[in-house]
Design a protein around this ligand. Structure first.
Ligand code: URA
Length: 233
C-alpha cells in the first residue's frame, strides 16, 4: 500500500506539496471515485486519475539533479552516499538511475530517469550528446590548449579524443564541450596539458541546462519542454 500523494509525486510531474493541493482540490480520483485525502492508502496497481486523465502506476520519470561533490553517481555503493540518497524515499522504488556518471568530486547536472531506452540512446557513443563543463585548473590556460582540444587530444595512454571546444573564461578557468564521455575525460585531457583540474562542474547535458535555482543537492522534475527536448534524442 502507498499514499496517494506519494504516488502522484513519484511520477515526477508534481512535488509532494503540489500533489496534496491537487488532491484537496478534488481533482484526483481513485478507482473511479473522487478522493480528497492525500494520506489515502492505495494498492500499487489501483488506477488513479488527475483531471480525468489516467496516471500510469509508474510511468517514466525524469529529474534534474544538481549533484554536489562527495556523492557517487550510482544507485548503490556500500560505504558511499549515492545520488539516490538525495531523493525522497518514493523515488527509491521506481528504478531511477543516473543517465551517465560524474566523478565523486564533480558537481553539476545529472539526469536521473527510469527510462532505460532513452538513457541508452543518450549515452551511446554514436549519439555524441554535447556535455559542457565549467573547469578550473592549476596553471594558466592559453590558446594552445584551445587548439589542442579542437584538434582532438591524444592522451598519455594513447587514447584518442574527439575534437572538443574550449572557451577561455579567465587565466585558469574555461568551459569545455565534449561530445563523448570517456572515463575521467576532462581531468585526463587537462592533465595531459600539465594543468590539472582543480574544480569541475557540468553545466549542460544535451538540451538540458543546469537550473541555477537548484542548490547543490537539490533536484526537480524536468519541465514538459525539457522532457520533450531530451526525449527527441
Ligand atoms: N570528466 C571528468 O574528468 N570527470 C567527470 O566527472 C566528468 C567529465
Amino acid at each position: 500500500m502507498e499514499r496517494l500523494d506519494k504516488r502522484l509525486a513519484a511520477t515526477g510531474r508534481w512535488s509532494r506539496k503540489e500533489a496534496r493541493e491537487l488532491i484537496r482540490a478534488g481533482r484526483v480520483s481513485v478507482d473511479g471515485a473522487p478522493c480528497r485525502a492525500p494520506e489515502a492508502k492505495l494498492d500499487e496497481d489501483a488506477p488513479v486519475w488527475v483531471d480525468g486523465a489516467a496516471i500510469p502506476a509508474h510511468g517514466p520519470v525524469y529529474l534534474m539533479l544538481h549533484k554536489p561533490a562527495g556523492v557517487v553517481s550510482s544507485t548503490d555503493e556500500p560505504g558511499e552516499r549515492t545520488v539516490l540518497d538525495l531523493l525522497g524515499e518514493e523515488y527509491r522504488k521506481i528504478g531511477l538511475f543516473p543517465a551517465g556518471r560524474l566523478d565523486k568530486d564533480t558537481e553539476g547536472l545529472l539526469l536521473l530517469t527510469n527510462d532505460g531506452p532513452l538513457a541508452h540512446r543518450l549515452l551511446s557513443p554514436k549519439s555524441h550528446v554535447d556535455k559542457v563543463y565549467y573547469m578550473e585548473v592549476d596553471g594558466a590556460l592559453d590558446g594552445d590548449d584551445v587548439l589542442a582540444a579542437r584538434a582532438g587530444m591524444v592522451l598519455g595512454d594513447g587514447t584518442i579524443c574527439l575534437p572538443a571546444d574550449m572557451e577561455l573564461l579567465s587565466r585558469n578557468s574555461a568551459h569545455i564541450t565534449l561530445r563523448e564521455g570517456k572515463y575521467h575525460q576532462v581531468k585526463r585531457m587537462l592533465a595531459s596539458r600539465g594543468k590539472p583540474v582543480t574544480y569541475l562542474k557540468r553545466v549542460r547535458f544535451g538540451p538540458l541546462e543546469l537550473d541555477e535555482k537548484l542548490d547543490k543537492g537539490e533536484w526537480r522534475p524536468l519541465t514538459r519542454e525539457e522532457q520533450a527536448a531530451v526525449c527527441r534524442h
